[in-house]
Design a protein around this ligand. Structure first.
Ligand SMILES: C[S@@+](CC[C@H](N)C(=O)[O-])C[C@H]1O[C@@H](n2cnc3c(N)ncnc32)[C@H](O)[C@@H]1O
Length: 200
């Protein structure tokens, strides 16, 4: 049985009316690197229950635009300049549809995580697949010069994927936010200023 401690960030999220403690991971990265700006068009992959969307929506403001995607239903009501899609990001041609209907985007975020089995190599392999797919989607829908932030569990695939991100953007940083649980293998790769695909 998994046992999750309701820690400081859990109680803070409740008090500040955020849908999940995960918000403090994005908030710390945002405060330091300002990846999302007022007026931006943002895609949030793996967005349920919606705390990253709450924060992002407040930053982009009424002139921005936000699309949140998850296989799980997102129940929270968001402003009119927000679209919520209940779907699997592995669906074929997903990125082409996204680009046609809502793109291009200034920022692509991914907090996607697999349901974990406790078997480290299996969980990190599934996280790597989600990360790789998020990177593929970002390559299709980001504006040149846009930014990409995505979660990955550190495992055998990590260094290869980090190299791939480095080829595609001008500046890359690996971040473990304070709200990430100490025993967790998760980190975030932040890539700023994506190159146009023909420059890769
Ligand atoms: C850690 S939660 C995201 C928390 C969110 N950032 C927040 O602040 O509320 C990870 C999410 O990734 C989603 N996810 C995992 N695999 C996915 C897939 N193939 N397509 C879409 N979403 C997926 C899960 O359903 C889960 O809701």
């Amino acid at each position: 049985m998994s046992y999750v401690v309701k820690d400081h960030f859990f109680h803070r999220a409740k008090k500040e009316q955020y849908l999940a403690r995960a918000v403090y991971k994005l908030r710390q990265i945002q405060e330091k690197y300002r990846l999302v700006r007022p007026g931006d068009r943002v895609l949030d992959l793996g967005a349920a229950p919606g705390s990253w969307m709450q924060l992002t929506s407040s930053i982009v403001g009424p002139k921005g635009f936000l699309v949140g995607v998850d296989i799980k239903k997102i129940q929270h009501p968001f402003p009119a300049n927000t679209v919520v899609l209940e779907q699997d990001i592995f669906e074929p041609a997903f990125e082409a549809k996204l680009l046609e209907l809502y793109g291009p985007f200034d920022v692509v975020l991914s907090d996607m995580a697999p349901s974990t089995s406790g078997i480290r190599v299996a969980d990190s392999a599934r996280s790597a697949l989600l990360f790789e797919r998020a990177l593929e989607i970002a390559g299709a829908v980001l504006k040149p010069g846009g930014h990409f932030l995505a979660k990955i569990f550190q495992g055998p695939e990590f260094h290869g994927l980090l190299l791939e991100v480095k080829k595609r953007s001008e500046w890359v940083k690996v971040i473990k936010p304070d709200a990430t649980r100490k025993q967790s293998k998760e980190v975030y790769i932040l890539a700023m200023r994506f190159r146009k695909s023909h420059e890769v």
